[in-house]
Write a protein that binds this ligand. Structure first.
Ligand code: SF4
Length: 180
């Protein structure tokens, strides 16, 4: 186990449901994921600095993250009433983000965290005006064109965790390079 993994798990306590250490080569960047963003089901396409197309092209994203040979992915699992429980999903997302906050201080310097959903630091993104909080702004796994389903399969963690639950993913590209 990498030292960074040990420290992350210690910082997160029991909040992490599943996790995996992975390498850049395990991550599939997919045009299909970008196309789903372009379809704009969430309404954020071209409305936020941390969503497509403002995060860069797939090739640019691959080039950017290939500089981080090692990564760490974790999930949190939350009970909700049913698949229509949007309030429960939002509350769960908030809980997931609290886990991100717990691990942020122990991440190796220069690490980049990609969370669940778009950047929600501001109620409405300043785009196209300059980002208000560039040091806090955060993109998501999907917004960077990463196929979460294939990622979960590759590292053998569950994409979903059963009826009346919601699962959120965070992927961290780790600064530095530890030997394993
Ligand atoms: S921090 Fe605010 S302005 Fe910057 S990308 Fe996030 S939501 Fe937009």
């Amino acid at each position: 186990m990498r030292n960074s993994t040990r420290e992350i798990l210690q910082a997160a306590g029991k909040e992490i449901w599943q996790y995996a250490e992975l390498n850049f080569a395990d991550i599939e960047f997919s045009e299909e994921v970008v196309a789903a963003c372009r379809a704009n089901y969430c309404g954020n396409y071209n409305k936020c600095w941390q969503c497509p197309p403002n995060v860069g092209t797939l090739e640019e994203l691959k080039a950017k993250y290939s500089k981080y040979p090692q990564a760490f992915v974790f999930t949190t699992k939350h009970e909700i009433e049913d698949c229509y429980d949007l309030e429960g999903m939002e509350r769960a997302r908030g809980e997931h983000e609290k886990t991100e906050d717990l691990i942020r201080p122990v991440l190796p310097k220069g690490s980049v965290m990609l969370g669940a959903g778009g950047c929600n630091v501001c109620k409405t993104c300043a785009y196209p005006a300059p980002c208000r909080f560039p040091e806090k702004a955060k993109s998501s796994v999907e917004a960077c064109g990463i196929n979460v389903v294939s990622l979960a399969k590759k590292v053998k963690i569950n994409y979903t965790n059963g009826e009346n639950t919601v699962t959120y993913f965070t992927l961290v590209f780790l600064g530095g390079n530890e030997t394993e």
